[in-house]
Design a protein around this ligand. Structure first.
Ligand code: ATP
Length: 701
C-alpha cells in the first residue's frame, strides 16, 4: 500500500553532501646548507664512541710518558734531597701530630748535615783519590798480567810468552773500541727512544695519566680492590676543603691517616683519623660521593663513628657482594634447635662483616618497619618462629593483612586473627586489651612470681592505627588520642609490660606520624627497619640517635635489598661506638616456617587457637575447660586457669582454684591430686560434657 502513496513534500532529509577540500602538498623541506651538514657530520664523527676511545688511548699513552718522567724525577729528587723528610713533617703537622713533626724535622736536619759533610769531603779528596785508585788498579792489573806471562814463559821456555797475556788484553780492549765505534751511532739515535720507553713503562705501571684518559675499566674502578691510595684519593676529592688541603699537604704520606685495611666479611674495613679541622659528620654527610670516589654504589659503603676521637670507620663492600644471597637460617637447617626466651638469641642473619647476627628478645618490645614487600613479615616471623621453640612462650597474634603469612601459627598461638577489615581491627584491639588485663593481673601477683613470655604480635599495625570505626561509647579503635583504643592498649603494654614479660611486637608499613604515632615508635626497645623512602621515615623507624649515628635504611634499595634490616637494639651486638647495625636476614619461606611451627607444636600439649575474641558473652566454663586442655591427658589446675584467663580475661581473669573446683563440683571431673599437684583430667571433662549433652537432649525430648 505504501508504494502507491506519492509524497507531495520535498524530501526533508536529503543525503548529506561531503564537501572535499583540496589539501596542498606540504612544502618541500628547505635543503640543509652544506656547512650545516658538514658540521653535523663532523660532530657525529668526533663524538662517536670509536673516535673517543681512540683519542683517549692515544692521549693516555702519551701522558704515561709525561707521568713516568714526573715520577722518575720525583724519585731522583727525593733520593738526593731532604724533600721526603719535609713531606713527612708536613703530614704530621696537618694531622695535628706535632711530636712526630718535630722528629721528622730533626731527621731532615741530620740528613742535610750528613750530606753537607759528605759533599765537602768529596770536593777536597775525590780527584786525588780517583787518580790514586786508577793508578793502583792499572799497576796491579799490568803486574798481574806480566806475572802470568812469566809463568807461561817458564812453562813453555819461550821468553816472548811474557807479554802474551798483556797483548791479549790490549787486543781485547781494541776490539771493544771497534765495537763501540760501530754501535755508537745507532745507540745514540736509539737512546732517546729507549729512555722514553722506560718512562712510559713507569707511567703505565703507576697509571700516571689523568682520570679521563684512563681505560673504561679503570675509570669506573669496577671490582677494583680498596687500597690506601684509593681511600686517600676518595677522601681528598670528597669536597671538604679542610680535608683536601690537609691531604695535599701530606702528599703521598696521606695514607698515614688510615689504619691497616682489613678484610671484614664480604668487604674491607678501615678507620680514618681525620686531620684537625675536619669533623666526622662532614664525611658522614657525603656518603654517596665517597662511595662514588671509591667506585662503589652508595649502599656498598657504610660510615660509622667508632670510639676513637676524630675517626670514621669505613666499611666498603666488594663490588656486588651485597647482592649475593646469604645462606639458609639455622632454624631451617638444624631441626634439633630449641629456643630459650630469657637467655637465648634468635638467629636472624648476618651482619655486613659476615658474622652471625643474633637478637635477644628478652623483655624487649619490638617494632619493624619498611616499605611494602621488603621482607618485614618474613623478618618478624622468623623471630616468632625461633621463640615458638621455647614451649613456655605464648602468642597472641593479629595479622591485619590476612593472606596467610601467619597461618602456620594456628594451633600454636592462643589467638590468631587474620584479615584486613575493620571487624578484624576490632578483634585485634580486643586481643591487645585482653593482654593489658593479663599484664595487670601479673603486676598484681605476689612479688617474685615469674611469668612466661606472652608475645602480643600485630603485623601490619598501621591498619589498626588508621581504622576509622568507633565503638558504642564513641571511642575510636584507630587514631592516636587518649581515647583511641588500640593506641592506648599498646601504650599500656609498652609502659608496663616488660617486667612481667607481656611484650608488644609490631610490624608496620611505610611509617608516617598518622599510621605510626610517635609514642608508639618510641616505646619499642628493639627497632628495625627495612628499606624506607626518606630520612624522616628512617628517623621515625629507628629514632634520631640511630640516624645521627649513621643508620640509613632510606639508602637501602627497595626491591634489591629485600630482607636487609638496619637494627637499633640493646639485644644485638653492635660494634662499640655505633648506634645501629645492618643485618641481612635469612629468608625463611612459608614451607620452612610451617615445618618449624610443626616442631614447636610437637613441643607443646596442644593449643586451641581462637580466631575470634569473644567478649561480654555468656561463657560455658565446662566447654572452655575442655578447649584449653586440648590434647593433654591432664593439666595442672594452675595452667587451666592461666589458659582460661588468656582465652577470656574478662570472664576468667580473676579466677582462683576455688572457682575451678566450684564449676567442676558434681560433674565427675573434679580436680584431683596427681604426683602431688592438683590436676584436671581431659577424659573426665570429656565424659562430663558428653553426660551433660545427653541429659540436655533427654530433658529436651
Ligand atoms: N630475608 C630475605 N632475603 C631475601 N628475600 C626476602 C627476604 N625476606 C623477604 N624476601 C622477599 O621479599 C618478599 C616480600 O616479603 P614479605 O612478605 O615479608 O614483605 P613485607 O615487607 O611484609 O610486605 P608487605 O608489607 O607488603 O606485606 C618475599 O616474598 C621474598 O621474595
Amino acid at each position: 500500500m505504501s508504494e502507491n502513496v506519492v509524497s507531495l513534500h520535498k524530501n526533508p532529509d536529503p543525503t548529506p553532501v561531503t564537501t572535499l577540500t583540496v589539501v596542498p602538498d606540504p612544502a618541500p623541506a628547505k635543503p640543509v646548507p652544506l656547512w650545516l651538514r658538514s658540521g653535523r657530520a663532523l660532530r657525529t664523527a668526533v663524538t662517536h664512541d670509536a673516535t673517543r676511545t681512540t683519542a683517549r688511548t692515544v692521549a693516555r699513552h702519551g701522558l704515561y710518558v709525561a707521568g713516568g718522567a714526573r715520577i722518575v724525577a720525583k724519585r731522583a729528587w727525593d733520593g738526593r734531597t731532604a724533600a721526603r723528610y719535609e713531606r713527612y713533617m708536613r703530614t704530621a703537622e696537618a694531622a695535628g701530630n706535632f711530636e712526630a713533626a718535630a722528629e721528622w724535622e730533626e731527621r731532615g736536619q741530620r740528613f742535610r748535615d750528613a750530606r753537607h759533610r759528605r759533599r765537602r769531603m768529596d770536593l777536597l779528596h775525590s780527584p786525588l783519590d780517583a787518580a790514586k785508585g786508577a793508578a793502583v788498579t792499572t799497576g796491579m792489573g799490568i803486574g798481574g798480567l806480566v806475572l802470568l806471562g812469566v809463568a807461561m814463559a817458564v812453562a813453555t821456555k819461550d821468553a816472548t810468552e811474557v807479554v802474551t797475556p798483556l797483548m791479549a788484553v790490549i787486543k781485547f780492549i781494541n776490539l771493544m773500541v771497534t765495537i763501540v765505534q760501530v754501535v755508537w751511532g745507532p745507540a745514540v739515535s736509539l737512546a732517546p727512544f729507549l729512555a722514553l720507553l722506560a718512562l712510559w713503562s713507569v707511567g703505565a705501571h703507576q697509571q700516571a695519566a689523568p682520570q679521563w684518559a684512563l681505560p673504561d675499566r679503570v675509570r669506573n674502578g669496577e671490582g677494583e680492590p680498596i687500597t690506601p691510595s684509593i681511600v686517600v684519593k676518595a677522601l681528598r676529592d670528597l669536597g671538604v676543603p679542610a680535608l683536601r688541603n690537609a691531604i695535599k699537604e701530606m702528599g703521598d704520606a696521606g695514607a698515614s691517616m688510615l689504619s691497616p685495611i682489613v678484610i671484614a666479611g664480604c668487604g674491607v674495613e678501615v678507620d680514618v683519623t681525620l686531620p684537625s679541622g675536619v669533623s666526622t659528620i662532614e664525611v658522614q654527610g657525603r656518603r654517596r660521593k665517597l662511595a662514588e670516589n671509591l667506585a662503589r654504589h652508595e649502599h656498598e659503603v657504610f660510615i660509622t663513628i667508632p670510639q676513637a676521637a676524630r675517626t670514621v670507620r669505613l666499611w666498603v663492600a666488594d663490588s656486588g657482594a651485597l647482592d649475593e644471597p646469604i645462606g639458609p637460617s639455622p632454624l631451617v637447617t638444624d631441626d634439633t634447635l630449641t629456643a630459650d626466651y630469657a637467655k637465648g638469641r634468635a638467629p636472624w642473619g648476618q651482619d655486613l662483616r659476615g658474622d652471625a647476627a643474633a637478637l635477644s628478645l628478652y623483655q624487649r618490645h619490638l617494632l619493624i618497619t619498611g616499605l611494602s614487600n621488603q621482607g618485614k613479615t618474613v623478618a618478624l616471623r622468623s623471630l616468632a618462629l625461633w621463640l615458638s621453640l621455647d614451649k613456655s612462650v605464648q602468642f597472641l597474634m593479629g595479622d591485619l593483612k590476612g593472606v596467610g603469612d601467619w597461618a602456620m601459627f594456628d594451633g600454636l598461638a592462643q589467638v590468631l586473627i587474620q584479615g584486613p577489615t575493620d571487624e578484624h581491627v576490632i578483634q585485634v584491639t580486643e586481643m591487645v586489651e585482653g593482654a593489658v588485663e593479663e599484664m595487670n593481673r601479673r603486676i598484681q601477683a605476689p612479688p617474685g612470681t615469674t611469668f612466661p613470655a606472652l608475645i602480643v604480635l600485630v603485623d601490619e599495625a598501621q591498619v589498626a592505627f588508621m581504622c576509622p570505626v568507633k565503638d558504642e561509647e564513641g571511642r575510636y579503635y584507630g587514631g592516636a588520642k587518649a581515647t583511641s583504643r588500640y593506641f592506648m592498649a599498646v601504650r599500656k603494654i609498652h609502659n608496663q609490660g616488660r617486667a612481667v614479660n607481656v611484650l608488644m611486637w609490631q610490624g608496620t608499613q611505610d611509617p608516617t606520624d598518622q599510621n605510626l604515632p610517635k609514642l608508639v615508635r618510641e616505646g619499642a626497645h628493639t627497632r628495625a627497619s627495612l628499606a624506607l623512602g626518606t630520612e624522616s621515615q628512617a628517623r621515625m623507624a629507628l629514632g634520631d640517635k640511630a640516624v645521627d649515628g649513621g643508620a640509613a635504611p632510606n639508602l637501602l634499595r627497595p626491591g634489591l635489598d629485600q630482607g636487609t634490616l638496619v637494627v637499633a637494639s640493646s639485644g644485638i651486638d653492635i660494634p662499640k661506638g655505633q648506634s645501629s647495625i645492618t643485618v641481612r636476614t635469612h629468608y625463611v619461606d612459608d614451607d620452612a616456617a610451617e615445618a618449624i611451627t610443626d616442631r614447636a607444636k610437637a613441643l607443646r600439649d596442644g593449643v586451641t587457637t581462637l580466631h575470634v575474641v569473644e567478649r561480654g558473652q555468656e561463657r560455658d566454663p565446662l566447654a572452655d575447660i575442655a578447649a584449653v586442655i586440648a590434647d593433654a591427658p591432664r593439666l595442672r589446675t594452675q595452667d587451666v586457669i592461666k589458659r582460661l584467663s588468656a582465652l577470656d580475661g574478662d570472664a576468667y581473669g580473676d579466677w582462683s582454684p576455688g572457682d575451678l573446683t566450684r564449676v567442676l563440683d558434681g560433674t565427675g571431673a573434679e580436680p584431683y591430686k596427681s604426683d602431688g599437684r592438683m590436676v584436671v583430667s581431659r577424659d573426665q571433662i570429656t565424659r562430663a560434657l558428653a553426660h551433660r549433652e545427653a541429659n540436655d537432649s533427654a530433658s529436651g525430648a
